[in-house]
Design a protein around this ligand. Sequence first.
Ligand SMILES: NC(=O)c1ccc[n+]([C@@H]2O[C@H](COP(=O)([O-])OP(=O)(O)OC[C@H]3O[C@@H](n4cnc5c(N)ncnc54)[C@H](O)[C@@H]3O)[C@@H](O)[C@H]2O)c1
Length: 253
Amino acid sequence: MKTRRILVTGAGSGIGAELSQLLAAAGHEIIATDSDGAAALRVADAIITLGGKAAGIALDVTQPAAIDTVVRAAGSVDVLVNNAGLQHVARLEDFPADRWALLVAVMLTGAANMARAVLPGMRARNFGRIINLGSIHSLVASPYKSAYIAAKHGLIGLSKTLALENGDVDVTINTICPAYVRTPLVDKQIEAQAREHNLSIERVISEIMLRPMPKKAFVTVEEIAALATYLISDGARNVTAQAIAIDGGWTAQ
Ligand SMILES: NC(=O)c1ccc[n+]([C@@H]2O[C@H](COP(=O)([O-])OP(=O)(O)OC[C@H]3O[C@@H](n4cnc5c(N)ncnc54)[C@H](O)[C@@H]3O)[C@@H](O)[C@H]2O)c1
């Protein structure tokens, strides 16, 4: 397998951090970016300590000028992983408008602006892979997550459009749609549900979080890395515009 230069957004925590480490362990070079620049640097340092290749750079994906600067400084980017994200849980009528706009700015417009910055280089080199971290909530809804779900559904439309615009070169754009992965983002939701319903953490996990998943297990970042590894391979050159669920059977119901 060829090694690639992979830029990951939101690489300072959770899925982005572990995915960066797993892809680096497979020999790929990682440009770990995050709005928390210190966290991005920590992830890059950990990779380098283990003998891998990485750089850590501060990047807030809501800032188009910063995106252009970082992508220019990064040089060639073979693979972009649009992973940066955040959650806010509230009924639409109670959802602060600025928070709603921020979620869409990070997870949808930020992904589009990242793609806009890397695509000219990918097209010129006739190779590129864009992997969006969608969610099971790119495919189905749950109450109280309107901004997240609108942004994550929007990512699929963005991926399909970019796939059509770049069908003439070996560039693919896909969206990985995992159900729950145990990260800080999900731990905060588990704690909030436990407080709200006066339930133990264990009961929130089994009765609320894993209830819609027939497999009854959290998705791991290893599983996401395995799919990403396939998508960046030459063998996946015709897999484009797809939303690929890792959902333990959730969407079969
Ligand atoms: N954890 C899950 O269950 C789950 C499931 C499906 C999809 N996802 C998606 O995976 C991605 C990563 O989630 P996670 O669970 O690892 O969350 P996390 O909170 O652990 O990490 C998210 C990272 O994104 C960064 N970030 C936030 N706003 C940013 C911005 N404006 N610019 C750059 N970086 C920013 C944060 O600093 C953080 O390091 C998100 O897009 C999320 O929607 C998560």
